[in-house]
Design a protein around this ligand. Structure first.
Ligand code: 5GP
Ligand code: MG
Length: 177
C-alpha cells in the first residue's frame, strides 16, 4: 500500500496533543463570542475537531459544528493553489460568529479561501484555528487566530492527517521521510 510502510517519527505524542488541545479550548473560549459555530475543513481536521469540541464542551461552550470539504492535495504532497469548495454548504451562517478549523496552515491558500468564503456567506465574524502552523511555507499573508503548534517545514501525518489516504488513524503526529 502506498506510503504505509514508511517509518513515522513521532513529533507530538498523544499526551502533548491532548494537553495543547485543552489549552487551545481555553484560549478559544476566552477569544470567541459566547455563541459560535465551528466549521471544520474535511478530512484532515476531523480528529482535531472531535477532540476540540469536546474540550470546549467541558468548559461550558456549546458550539454548533459543521464540516466542509475543500479541494486539496489529492494524493500528492504539493498544496493546490487553486482552492475551491467541494461540498455543498448546508448551514445558514447569516449573522453567526464562525470559527474555521483546519489541521495545518501551510502556504495559507486554503484558510484564506475558507475565511473569505465564510465571510461572503454572511457570517458576522470569522476566526480561524489550525492545529499546526508552518510559517516558513507561507505564500499569502495569513495568520490564524489560534494555533496549536508551530512546526518547521516537515511533512507530517497522523491524528487525522494523511499521506495518500494512509496514516489518518494514528493517535499521534509524526513525520515521514
Ligand atoms: P495550504 O493551503 O495552507 O498550503 O495547505 C493547507 C492544507 O495542506 C492542509 O489542510 C493540509 O491538508 C495540507 N498540508 C499542509 N502541510 C501538510 C503536511 O505536512 N502533511 C499533510 N499530510 N498535509 C499537509
Ligand atoms: Mg486539509
Amino acid at each position: 500500500m502506498m506510503g504505509q510502510d514508511k517509518k513515522v517519527q513521532t513529533l507530538f505524542d498523544e499526551q502533548q496533543i491532548a494537553g495543547r488541545v485543552r489549552e487551545l479550548a481555553d484560549e478559544i473560549k476566552a477569544g470567541m463570542p459566547r455563541d459560535f459555530v465551528v466549521v471544520g475543513l474535511m478530512v484532515g481536521s476531523f480528529v482535531f475537531v472531535a477532540d476540540l469540541v469536546r474540550e470546549l464542551s467541558r468548559l461550558g461552550c456549546r458550539p454548533a459544528v459543521e464540516m466542509i470539504r475543500m479541494s486539496s492535495y489529492g494524493l500528492g504532497r504539493e498544496s493546490s493553489r487553486d482552492v475551491h469548495l467541494m461540498s455543498e454548504f448546508g448551514m445558514d451562517l447569516t449573522g453567526r460568529d464562525v470559527l474555521i478549523i483546519d489541521d495545518i496552515v501551510d502556504t495559507g491558500h486554503t484558510l484564506t479561501f475558507a475565511t473569505d468564503f465564510i465571510a461572503r456567506s454572511g457570517a458576522a465574524s470569522v476566526k480561524s484555528c489550525a492545529l499546526l502552523d508552518k510559517p516558513a511555507r507561507r505564500e499569502v499573508d495569513f495568520i490564524p487566530d489560534f494555533v496549536g503548534f508551530e512546526i518547521p517545514d516537515r511533512f507530517v501525518v497522523g491524528y487525522g492527517i494523511d499521506f495518500g489516504l494512509n496514516y489518518r488513524h494514528l493517535p499521534f503526529i509524526g513525520t515521514i521521510g
